[in-house]
Design a protein around this ligand. Structure first.
Ligand code: PGA
Length: 252
């Protein structure tokens, strides 16, 4: 059985004060839904204060990136150990990082390995662009992202990742994929690729999230699918009632 997981990606939003306010509004509702693994991913600057607020709860904390090196002259970067001081999770390979910050499958792979080595759970994002979707290249792109992004992991390490299928055309656009469509992609493309790396048993144990314009209104459509085990939520994770609605839908 794969435990449902809902993660809120706050992206580059919220000062420390704003983040504390959002977290304290979310906490009571989130604490009620322990059937779902709930994770919030504020920006780096808010990790320390939010970590303190989550003490004694079973709500997870995640970063939105890390660098693969352990320390050194890497101006502006944050190491795996620095993230591990506060977090249990880290979002890696998000399409915004691929699009705006030059991330490629090979660097995602280094980050995934570094995260696993330090004991973080990587939420690895993959997804095709609109042009790739329209050209019928979805399967090819996703297979490449899985095979290269997760290359050279042991099956045991593979079993500790979470994969998030996020079609780039659905992120922040209000145009979510359909539940059936997303389920099909996970079942027919992503799990077979995971299986070729780690074997059938591990592949079927890995949580597959959907991300891209998930809201309280459409969440149930995704969670009703056999291969969708939760969601990576951007915009709606900044809205208390909407995010709680998504988490509750995952518990059903
Ligand atoms: P969205 O973002 O929910 O705002 O579409 C999802 C994501 O980028 O993870």
């Amino acid at each position: 059985m794969r435990k449902p997981l809902v993660a809120g990606n706050w992206k580059m939003n919220k000062t420390v004060e704003q983040a504390r306010e959002l977290a304290s509004d979310l906490l009571p509702g989130l604490q009620d839904v322990s059937a779902v693994e709930r994770v919030i991913c504020p920006p780096f600057t808010a990790l320390l204060p939010i970590c303190a607020m989550l003490k004694g709860t079973d709500i997870g904390l995640g970063a939105q990136n890390l660098h693969w090196e352990t320390s050194g002259a890497y101006t502006g970067e944050v190491s795996p150990a620095m993230v591990k001081e506060f977090c249990q999770y880290v979002i890696l390979g998000h399409s915004e990082r691929r699009t705006y910050f030059g991330e490629i499958d090979e660097t995602v792979n280094k980050k995934v390995k570094a995260a696993l080595e330090i004991g973080l759970t990587p939420i690895v994002c993959i997804g095709e662009t609109l042009a790739e979707f329209e050209a019928g290249r979805t399967a090819e792109v996703l297979t490449r992202q899985v095979l290269l992004g997760l290359a050279d992991l042991t099956a045991d390490q593979g079993g500790r990742i979470v994969i998030a299928y996020e079609p780039v055309w659905a992120i922040g656009t209000g145009k979510a994929a359909s539940g059936i469509g997303a389920n099909d992609v996970v079942a027919k493309v992503i799990r077979p690729a995971l299986s070729s790396l780690f074997g059938e048993d591990v592949s079927s144990s890995i949580r597959g999230l959907y991300g891209g314009s998930v809201t309280g209104e459409n969440a149930a459509e995704f969670f009703g699918q056999p291969e969708i085990d939760g969601a990576l939520v951007g915009g709606a994770s900044l809205k208390v009632l909407n995010f709680l609605e998504i988490v509750k839908a995952a518990a059903k």
